[in-house]
Design a protein around this ligand. Structure first.
Ligand SMILES: [Zn+2]
Length: 321
């Protein structure tokens, strides 16, 4: 009779012990000094929204100093991180989204490129892994102009997207490309302005940086939705086809384990904390009521899912996968 019983712990220990002994007995069979590969899985995830194909593309994953950066009741934040088995630093995804409408290929956010070190800058390889070429992209829509969303616009001295227009809300271009704002900014924030100029001005010189104000249909089926606060012009993009909707909400949430349960928690990078907090509630309220799927730049890859209202001003994230 075949032995279908699950292996007991003690029996499993014995088996593992036997394997180790067998391994030791082989001459030259040590594998322990292999370098840590430190790699990552291929980072793209396709999804249909009506007739459109949306592909989530990873630009990388890096630790975020959650305890230090999150703003709110620090003891409650510490408790929430602990109860979610998270440390003070949380591994955080950096997601971009490619929308193929059938007539236009539209990228939402461009990743960090080479500006933030080796954990970032995987967008280009993941675009290719997903079956597209960078030259095919017609439009790059920016949720905002922080370095992790714009650095990938350039590849060395070359335009990474040689045939694309770059579009952003005028409030962000006015702020991040302004000498006056840079001069007024604290010393440790100047690098954000420098990154904006380095990434955007080559497109601007070629007449390819286009701005919009507030809510506009940017290409058929993709509409900008202002959600100012994280930056002066922070913008979400609503993708809609055949009555199906996906809201790509940019940086509304950085640490899912904390900020869905308590949307009053903001992050050090928010330009206007009161406005950012208001937007958290407004957007979560809207998408939970209307049952719209959302895609987040910093939600765990692929960053897609729904928001469920848990009662009075608390929410939870229900990941698609
Ligand atoms: Zn970001």
């Amino acid at each position: 009779m075949p032995d279908n019983k699950p292996i007991s712990l003690s029996r499993r220990t014995l088996l593992i012990g036997a394997c180790i002994c067998f391994g030791c007995a082989l001459p030259g069979s040590s594998f322990a000094d292999a370098p840590m590969a430190g790699g990552d899985a291929p980072g793209f995830y396709p999804l249909k929204v009506g007739d459109f194909e949306v592909t989530v593309l990873s630009d990388g994953k890096a630790p975020l100093a959650a305890m230090k950066l999150l703003q709110g009741d620090k003891s409650q934040i510490a408790k929430t991180l602990k109860s979610n088995f998270l440390a003070e630093e949380v591994d955080t995804s950096h997601n971009c989204f490619l929308v193929n409408t059938g007539s236009k290929l539209v990228l939402i956010d461009a990743g960090a490129g080479s500006l933030l070190g080796p954990r970032f800058g995987r967008l280009a390889e993941n675009i290719r892994a997903a079956g597209y070429r960078l030259e095919q992209i017609d439009e790059v829509l920016l949720t905002h102009m922080h370095t992790d969303h714009i650095g990938g616009l350039m590849s060395g001295n070359e335009l990474a997207f040689p045939n694309a227009n770059i579009r952003a809300d005028k409030r962000d271009t006015d702020y991040w490309l302004s000498d006056e704002s840079m001069r007024a900014a604290p010393a440790d924030a100047k690098r954000f302005f420098e990154a904006s100029v380095a990434s955007l001005s080559p497109y601007q010189k070629g007449g390819r940086l286009k701005t919009f104000e507030g809510a506009n249909e940017i290409v058929p089926g993709i509409t900008s939705r202002p959600a100012y606060g994280h930056t002066p012009g922070h913008t979400m993009y609503e993708v809609e086809s055949k009555g199906e909707k996906l809201l790509l909400w940019g940086d509304i949430v950085h640490v899912a384990a904390v900020q869905f349960a308590d949307p009053t928690v903001t992050i050090g990078y928010d330009a206007d904390k009161a406005e950012a907090e208001r937007e958290h509630f407004r957007v979560m309220d809207d998408v939970s009521k209307n049952r719209h799927m959302i895609g987040g730049a910093h939600l765990p890859f692929p960053g897609l899912g729904h928001v469920r209202s848990d009662g009075k001003k608390t929410y939870s994230f229900v990941p698609l996968i």
